[in-house]
Design a protein around this ligand. Structure first.
Ligand code: NAD
Ligand code: UDP
Length: 337
């Protein structure tokens, strides 16, 4: 007999955000299909879910059509860190654009609601601060980040054209820098890099003068925003900024992580990558008003969970110089895999 559970497809479900989303959806009683080509995602991220009868994992590249019966689609598949998305830039654009077309086509065919994981990168190196959803951005179309930025911009265009042309039910979230357990240890993103370097007592690589800023959202807060947006009335299409509007400079983050890990690391300056945005922070007024959403987890608490995760990972891999961990402060709540 057919199940009455909501059937949800999560593309990129074995990645950092995708694995947390799959976990959350399963906890809510959904039937979850995780689709991933494991380019940056890892089976380890979803290993603990595989035994659940309502969870299924499929190896598939969303650049190719997919035919499955589902009620909702969360389209997260796309490498997200600069070194990963710049590794094969043509594939990054294909994943964003062709992948979006395939997922929108699927949504149209099976009449599913479809969510797009867009990004603050669509604002480029912004000259409006904080960034509101009506800001149109400042992207260099020719630079090394363009494969991702323009791919995601085109995906947004496709989502809104499918809304206008085919009356699809769409949800577009613009995600700002998010961190937490299950980030890839080698993805080069600032939080994972600094924590791994600090735990190994290796130099902390601060690019440029370290005065560039980002606003860091803990993964659990973000996933709450995803679920609220998906559950919102059909008239709510987004785009909606999701992020933690507390701005931190990269230099401050480095200092904080050194203190919290009790590391002997020093700070090593490296050149600033091309087109690295100087300042980034979301205006989340729309998410607060429409979804009643705002982040709850302070940076220190989120970092404690993330440090504990990487400490365990490096210890398991025998990559940590010392077995003991000194995290300043208390760890609130359970640490998940
Ligand atoms: P991630 O790299 O951990 O996850 C991406 C997942 O997509 C991986 O599991 C990868 O293997 C998979 N994937 C890549 N190309 C694919 C393809 N062609 N077919 C099938 N699977 C494919 O990154 P993440 O941080 O979890 O990001 C998830 C989504 O959220 C991405 O779309 C990203 O652009 C968006 N996003 C993330 C952040 C952030 O701070 N984490 C910020 C803005 C936007
Ligand atoms: N960054 C850094 N050292 C690192 C990794 C990143 O100083 O080892 C800086 C990077 O130049 C950028 C910021 O941290 O200014 C955030 O980088 P990340 O790659 O995490 O995300 P994004 O640039 O996409 O926001």
């Amino acid at each position: 007999m057919a199940s009455t559970r909501k059937r949800v497809l999560v593309t990129g479900g074995a990645g950092f955000l995708g694995s947390h989303l799959c976990e959350r959806l399963l906890a809510e009683g959904a039937d979850v299909l995780c689709v991933d080509n494991y380019f940056t995602g890892r089976k380890d991220n979803i290993g603990h879910l595989l035994g659940q009868t309502n969870f299924e994992a499929m190896r598939h590249d969303i650049c190719f059509p997919l035919y499955v019966e589902v009620d909702e689609i969360y389209n997260l598949a796309c490498p997200a860190s600069p070194i990963h998305y710049q590794f094969d830039p043509v594939q990054t654009t294909k994943t964003s654009v062709i992948g979006a077309i395939n997922m929108l086509g699927l949504a149209k065919r099976v009449k599913a609601k479809v969510f797009q994981a867009s990004t603050s990168e669509i604002y480029g190196d912004p000259n409006v601060h904080p960034q509101t959803e009506d800001y149109r951005g400042n992207v260099n179309t020719l630079g090394p980040r363009a494969c991702y930025d323009e791919g995601k911009r085109c995906a947004e265009t496709l989502f809104f054209d499918y809304l206008r042309q085919h009356k699809l039910r769409i949800k577009v979230a613009r995600i700002f820098n998010t961190y937490g357990p299950r980030m890839h240890p080698n993805d080069g993103r600032v939080v994972s890099n600094f924590i791994v370097q600090a735990l190994k007592n290796e130099p902390i690589t601060v690019y440029g003068d370290g005065k560039q800023s980002r606003a860091f959202c803990y993964v659990d807060d973000l996933i709450e925003g995803f679920v609220r947006l998906m559950a919102s009335p059909d008239a709510i299409t987004g785009p909606i900024n999701l992020g933690n509007p507390v701005e931190t400079t990269v230099g401050e983050l480095a200092e904080k992580i050194i203190v919290m890990t009790g590391s002997r690391s020093t700070i090593e300056r490296r050149p600033l990558p091309v087109d690295d945005p100087v300042q980034r922070c979301p205006d989340i007024g729309r998410a607060q008003e429409i979804l009643g959403w705002q982040p709850r987890v302070p940076l220190e608490t989120g970092l404690q969970h993330t440090i504990a995760y990487f400490d365990r990972l490096l210890t398991e891999r025998g990559e940590k110089p010392e077995p003991t961990l000194r995290i300043a402060g208390r760890i609130d709540g359970a640490i998940r895999p």
